[in-house]
Structure formats: C-alpha cells, structure tokens
Design a protein around this ligand. Structure first.
Ligand SMILES: Cc1cc2nc3c(=O)[nH]c(=O)nc-3n(C[C@H](O)[C@H](O)[C@H](O)COP(=O)(O)OP(=O)(O)OC[C@H]3O[C@@H](n4cnc5c(N)ncnc54)[C@H](O)[C@@H]3O)c2cc1C
Length: 531
C-alpha cells in the first residue's frame, strides 16, 4: 500500500486526456507548486514512549513486534481520506503514533490493554488503515504516548461450520484473503467495498461497512453473527444464535464502535455458497429520479439484483461507473444491475436463479422506463470496480481535490437530501464537479454517495474541511444520517451527536466509561465529548 496514496504503486493510473482537459478548462485546475514529499522527509513528532514502557509492551508481544522505525510510524499515521493524503503528501506526520505494536493473540491484546490502561497509553486499533473519517488519527493529548495496535498478525481463518454456513475469522484478515480462504470451501462472504484490496474483517465490523453487492449479500453488519472483543475491563463474547430475544443485542453495540469500546479479536460470519454464475448489465434512465423510482420498485417488489447501482446525470456523463473507460459516459442515467447465483442454492438472496431474477428485474426496469443497454456497461463496471481510488492519486498530483461523502435516508426524503448536499457543496466550493450514485437500497430507503472534484486553492485541507462542515450541517438539517457506511471517526463526531441527541450521547459516554475507564481506546473517535 502506498503510504501517501492508494494501493499498489504498480497499478497507478494516468489521467486520460479528456479528464485533463475537463480539469483545466472547466474547473481551472493547475499543477500544485510544491510536489509531494518522500517518505523519509515526513516530519514526525519525537517519540514519547519511554524505554521502560516500550519494554513493557515488548514483554507482552515480543520485541520483534514493537516497531518504532520512521517508516512504521509513517505507515500508521492517519487513514486514507483525501485530507489524510493531502497532509501526508505535504510531509505532515504530526498525528503519528509513537510505536506500532502487533499482538499475536486475543490474550496479548487483552494484556496490552491492561498495561496501556495502567500507564495511560492511548491505543488506536489499526486494521487495513483505510478509514476515511479520521478514525485512525491519534491524539496523544493527556496520555503518556500513543500506540497503533496493528492487527495484521491476527490473520487466520479459524474454522468453518459448513452446516450453519458460519466461518470464524481473526480480525486482521484482509478481504481478498478472506475470499481466497473461503473459496477453498466453496464459500464466499460477498463483501466487496471499493477498499476491498486492503481493508480487514475487523475494520469492516468496527466501521459498519457496506459493499458493492449489498443488495444481494447484505451489509457487513448483517453478516456478523458473533464477536469476541477485548476491552480494558474484560472480554465480551457475543452471539450464541443468529437471532435472539435475550434482551438488547449487544453485538450491535460493538458493530460500528470503531475501536472506542474494545478490540475485536474474533468474528463469526455468516457466509454463502460461492456463486457459479454471474451476469452484469446496464440500463439507461432519462433522469436520476426515474432511475431511483425503478430501484425503489425492485427493492420493494423484487426481484432484487445482487448489485444495483444508479449514477446521476453528471456521474453518467463523466463515465465514473466505468473507471477503466472514464470519459466515455453518455446521456441520461446509467444503472448497473448484477446477478449472482449458485446452481444449488438458487441465488444469494433467495430470489431464484440468475436467469429468473434477471428476467423479473428486466420486467420491472422496463415498466419503470428503463432502456436495456446489454452486458457491456455492466461488465465494464465489474472490471473497473476497484480502480477508481487509483485515479484519486493522479487527480491530487494534478492539483485537483477529489473526495467522496455519503449519507442515507428514506425514499420519500432522498430528493431533499440530494439537493441539500449539492447546495452545500456549491455554497462552500464555488463550482465543484459533483457526481452522485445510489448503490445500497432497502425497502424503505437508500444511500447517496457523492464524489466531488474541485481545483485546489490555498490550503486544500482547509478548503475541503470548510466544505465538509457545510455538508455535515446540511445532512443533519435535511434529516439524513451522517454516514451510511464510512462511519463516524473524528470527522462526523459532532454531526453524530446531533443525530442521536443528548440522551444518545450520554448512553455512548456511559458505555465508554464502563468499558474503558482510562479512556485509552481511540481517544477522540466516535464518542462525542459534550452532550
Ligand atoms: C478508496 C476507499 C474506498 C472505500 N470504499 C468503501 C466502501 O465501498 N464501503 C465501505 O463500507 N467503506 C469503504 N471505505 C472505508 C473503509 O474501507 C471502511 O471503513 C473499512 O471498514 C475500514 O476497514 P479497515 O480494515 O481498513 O479499518 P481501519 O481503517 O484500520 O479502521 C477503521 C476503524 O475501525 C477501528 N478498528 C479497526 N480494526 C478494529 C478491530 N479489530 N477492533 C476494533 N476496532 C477496530 C479503527 O480504530 C478505526 O477507528 C473506503 C475507503 C477507501 C480509502
């Protein structure tokens, strides 16, 4: 993983000429004056942890697993939001942890939390490092020091229960490895977020992730049937049955807790039989509203495809649904539908075989005014589904800020939310390029996912933070949730407080105080500081 960008450097993407022309002529993008720094030039604060404390940590995990090198600290500084990358490219490593610690078992995690609580060392659980909401930004204020607790050594598939279709994993398994391990059993998780290549199972649970095939396989929190969590006050082991009436479901308290309540050390996940047939296709709608109405019909009446995604007019024109062929969009709004099924199970969501679901969905999409475009747009989307983040690095280098943000709401409120976000962005940024798609649908509502491109001006971090503040306020005012799948982190903390209200905030604070009395776990993330 690039320390100041996304992914495998060998897969870096050149900007196509159409995109360069668009940036130059319509957005006024100019190359930045100062090039990005090299890793060795990132400025880090002096390490705060004393030798005896580092020794105490090494006693728990072994000295080979306590890293204090410049490179290890840089690679665990912040996540992968655009402000994170802009700061790293500028050489600002001020949020670096003092050390990176890699535990090898649940017991080691529990013991580390005990030592760190006693010594007041802040602990930032670190999965794949792909947080885009400031969920990994260390704050050492009031602490002896900060460690990044890298879960990369906890990377095993522990067991598979083929009868219940449940697999037990350690939290540091990255998504591609999870799929590879499950494929050996003829199984799949079916969780394919755009961060698939690097994000971990523990991170998905901690941040309530949702993948591109959520219509068929569900969100990640739907997949979690059990969890083990190490907290400073003891171990939580949750999930004896898929569903239960034994009081409130405490699994839900851990899902989305972003490392602020404890460290997930084991996950029991519902898995599916791997599909042996996949088909993707494109449809065109005249307007975003017409396409959204068609998605709603599919979500409410069925049959629901496995993948369902609708780009608005601007995103369709730019061609963002086909990142490998960007610049080749068209008019109207492109809808991508994908169908996956196994011959034995008859489909990932119980809607039947691929052919039957495709035909059923086609009838609904046609009735709602869709024009079939055949397999090509769907297959192009499928080929390029993980490549868009690579384009961001090229855009940043070219002098454009590109960032994504998301929300969700009930169908009846979606148009208001869509307008509110676009208006807030225009008010804060002048004339940015704003694209949107819907890619997660439910019977009662859907998510809205925006991609924003704007010429960098002055301090690009401050420029974006100003816009983000305006959007957060607009989402709250328009009745949407502050996040459908990116989570809260630091960036959404205040808006989350507004969303859950003072009683909700006091519940979060009480749970935090009970599980983490010294407040060492991910300080500053998730938990609002005032009611
Ligand atoms: C290019 C890009 C595309 C993305 N696309 C999507 C998408 O399509 N869908 C989506 O849902 N998200 C997406 N994300 C956001 C991100 O990938 C998710 O939030 C993901 O769940 C984070 O997983 P991770 O392993 O990288 O966790 P990290 O980023 O390492 O951690 C995320 C948070 O969880 C905490 N944490 C991590 N592991 C544990 C653990 N074991 N126990 C307790 N706390 C823990 C961390 O402290 C942090 O607060 C994207 C991000 C990027 C950069």
């Amino acid at each position: 993983m690039l320390w100041s960008g996304w992914g495998d450097p060998a897969l870096a993407r050149e900007l196509p000429e159409q995109v360069r022309a668009l940036l130059r002529d319509f957005l006024g993008v100019r190359a930045p004056d100062v090039p990005a720094v090299g890793l060795e030039s990132v400025r880090l604060p002096p390490a705060a942890l004393s030798e005896p404390l580092l020794g105490a940590l090494a006693e728990v995990v072994g000295s080979a697993y306590v890293l204090t090198s410049h490179e290890a600290r840089v690679r665990h500084t912040r996540g992968k939001s655009t402000p994170d990358l802009l700061r790293m490219r500028a050489g600002d490593g001020s949020a670096a942890p003092d050390a990176v610690v890699l535990p090898g078992s649940h017991e080691e995690v529990a013991e580390l939390l005990r030592v760190c609580s006693a010594e007041r060392v802040a602990v930032i659980p670190f999965g794949g490092g792909t947080s885009v909401v400031g969920g990994l930004t260390a704050s050492g204020s009031g602490f002896t020091g900060v460690i990044a607790l890298d879960l990369g050594r906890l990377d095993r598939l522990v067991s598979v229960d083929p009868e219940s279709l449940v697999a037990s994993f350690e939290p540091g398994v990255r998504a591609p490895e999870a799929e590879r391990l499950l494929a050996a059993h003829g199984l799949t998780l079916g969780h394919f977020p755009q961060s698939f290549e690097y994000a971990t199972l523990g991170g998905f649970a901690a941040a309530r992730s949702s993948g591109q095939a959520s219509a068929g396989y569900g969100r990640f929190d739907d997949m979690v049937v059990g969890l083990t969590v190490a907290t400073p006050t003891g171990t939580l082991d949750l999930g004896r049955a898929p569903k239960s009436a034994a009081g409130p479901d405490l699994r839900q308290l851990v899902l989305g807790s972003e490392g602020a309540f404890g460290v997930i050390t084991s996950l029991r996940l519902r898995v599916r039989r791997a599909p042996d047939e996949r088909r993707y296709e494109g449809w065109r709608f005249g307007t975003f509203a017409e396409g959204a109405a068609a998605m709603r019909a599919l979500a409410q009446e069925g049959p629901l495809p496995t993948v369902l995604r609708l780009s608005d007019e601007t995103e369709t024109m730019i061609g963002l649904a086909k990142p490998d062929a960007i610049g080749s969009g068209g008019s109207g709004c492109l809808l991508i539908a994908g169908y996956e099924s196994t011959s034995t199970s008859g489909g990932d969501s119980g809607w039947g075989s691929v052919a039957a679901r495709q035909a059923g969905a086609a009838a609904v999409l046609t009735r709602m005014g869709g024009e079939p475009l055949g397999a090509e747009p769907g297959e192009a989307w499928e080929r390029g589904r993980f490549s868009a983040p690579y384009l961001r690095d090229s855009l940043l280098a070219a002098g454009a800020t590109v960032e994504t943000l998301e929300t969700a709401g009930f169908w009846a409120n979606l148009p208001r939310l869509y307008d509110a976000v676009r208006l807030a962005l225009a008010g804060a940024l002048g004339s940015p390029l704003v694209m949107c798609h819907i890619s997660h649908v439910y019977e009662s509502g859907a998510s809205l996912y925006f991609t924003v491109v704007v010429a960098q001006e002055g301090d690009p971090v401050a420029q974006w933070e100003h816009a983000k503040e305006a959007v957060n306020a607009a989402i709250v005012a328009a009745g949407g949730t502050i996040s459908h799948h990116h989570g809260v982190g630091r960036d959404h903390r205040d808006a989350y407080a507004a969303e859950v209200g003072p009683v909700g905030v006091s519940i979060l604070q009480a749970v935090k105080a009970r599980l983490d009395p010294a407040g060492i776990l991910n300080p500053g993330t998730l938990i609002p500081t005032t009611a």
